[in-house]
Ligand binder design. Structure first.
Ligand code: GLN
Length: 243
């Protein structure tokens, strides 16, 4: 078995080491004897995206998100929307997650029109939502408790029929108001969790990998791994949040 993974905009959306999520997914596949074929797709590079099984987009500053707009609207937007509607698996973090919504409005009231692939919008407000945080994924997204780090001025508000990825336990999440964190739409996982989020949250990583493998090959089981180090890292952040 093999997963073809597309890392979208690794050149500009890689805040707080979000690219480490690609390394984590690759290793957790290879440790199980599953090939991981990674393709980087940078600004100006085009691809139909049809051959990929899993996509990753990391976070970026407002400026970097604005830089991407032209490139997005030169065709990647349509290909990303098609991939989402075809049930391809996406992990998108912070700025990369925000770009799937209708728009990002900065504090000057200027709107960056994004993909509109999922019914939500983001508005930047004074005061960044920053710090270690935790949330519990809803059962449809595996039900695991995730510890991560968030740093965003954008507040995302989900449409009535759009499911969050999880419910905030500690911290801010989508907007610091409604206790929602991230988004789950078809096989898209969106989160504000930087870090990278996956190495210290192996259950979430495996759930995302299983989603992509089952979309491609049908029902499958992932062999268990020795996650002692991962669970110790997970517990270390949990302890940090208690004090
Ligand atoms: N620029 C966006 C915001 O501030 C996203 C930030 C990020 O990706 N960490 O909300």
């Amino acid at each position: 078995m093999e997963l073809k993974i597309c890392h979208l905009y690794p050149d500009v959306l890689n805040l707080y080491g979000d690219g480490g999520n690609i390394i984590c997914m690759k290793k957790r596949l290879e440790w199980r004897g599953i090939k991981a074929d990674i393709t980087n797709l940078k600004i100006g590079e085009s691809n139909s995206l049809a051959d990929f099984d899993l996509f990753f987009m990391g976070g970026g500053q407002d400026f970097e998100q604005e830089v991407l707009l032209d490139d997005l609207h030169r065709g990647k937007d349509k290909n990303i929307i098609s991939a989402i509607e075809d049930g391809k698996t996406f992990l998108t973090v912070c700025g990369g997650y925000q770009m799937l919504g209708h728009y990002y409005e900065n504090q000057a009231g200027v709107r960056c029109e994004f993909l509109g692939a999922i019914d939500f919008y983001t508005k930047s407000k004074p005061g960044r939502l920053t710090g270690n945080y935790s949330f519990r994924c809803y059962p449809i997204s595996g039900g695991s408790t995730v510890f991560g780090f968030e740093n965003h001025s954008g507040r995302s508000y989900l449409g009535l029929d759009v499911s969050p990825l999880g419910k905030v336990i500690n911290g801010f999440g989508n907007n610091g108001e409604d206790k929602t964190e991230g988004v789950r739409y078809k096989n898209v996982f969106g989160t504000y969790s930087h870090g990278p989020v996956l190495p210290k949250n192996p259950e979430l990583c495996d759930f995302i990998l299983k989603t992509a493998l089952e979309q491609k090959y049908g029902k499958c089981q992932l062999l268990p791994l020795d996650d002692d180090a991962e669970h110790r890292a997970h517990a270390a952040v949990a302890r940090k949040m208690m004090y």
